[in-house]
Design a protein around this ligand. Structure first.
Ligand code: ADP
Length: 180
């Protein structure tokens, strides 16, 4: 677990399950283009949210790599889900810019909806094959750089499934200097 503050926005890392973040206004889905349930994070989020989420998603699909859309949280403990389509590593280019765009757009949507807290999984690092260390750097720097343009969002939590993934995020975050 690590923590840094940028322009009154706290970035924190935890090990856990993105569907069990009861205290957050929104969680982010590492979605597929059609916004269907599927495996990994998307499967877990749709299972926890119930069939109403897939119905709401139908009207919003498909989305492009780097894009994000917002829905209700349905049966999740969170008010909203923000669905991001990360780049498929080695296919969607430039991968780092598309991945950074996911984080920026998700934060923008959360801020516009007046939300104060949001949780991200490590987008693109599962089936989409993005290596964890560069993905962690892109994620943390994209969020830190966006912090000064946010008015409502105060807490950004990175929820890593595996302990070794948490260690990678912590290592990057601990090398970053705060900017308050
Ligand atoms: P993508 O298709 O964007 O690669 P995945 O869902 O396959 O998305 O995986 C993204 C990351 O989320 C992976 O590092 C995976 O280990 C992790 N992950 C899978 N399930 C969960 C969960 N329930 N909560 C948090 N992270 C998860």
């Amino acid at each position: 677990m690590a923590e840094r503050t940028y322009h009154a926005v706290t970035l924190e890392t935890v090990q856990g399950d993105i569907t069990r973040q009861d205290d957050l206004d929104a969680v982010v889905n590492a979605a597929n283009a059609r916004l269907r349930p599927g495996g990994g994070v998307a499967g877990a989020i749709h299972r926890a949210a119930g069939p109403g989420l897939a119905r709401e998603c139908e009207a919003l699909a498909p989305i492009q790599p780097g894009q994000a859309v917002i829905t209700a949280g349905h049966d999740l403990p969170n008010r909203h889900v923000i669905h991001c389509l990360g780049p498929v590593y080695g296919l969607d280019e430039p991968a780092d810019q598309l991945l950074a765009a996911c984080y920026r757009r998700a934060l923008q949507l959360a801020d516009e909806a007046g939300l104060t807290s949001i949780g991200f999984p490590a987008i693109s690092t599962g089936v989409f094959g993005y290596p964890m260390a560069p993905a962690a750097r892109v994620a943390l720097y994209a969020v830190a750089a966006k912090a000064d343009s946010l008015t409502s969002v105060k807490l950004v939590r990175f929820v890593l499934f595996a302990r070794e993934d948490l260690a990678v995020f912590d290592q990057v975050l601990e090398t970053m200097t705060e900017c308050t």
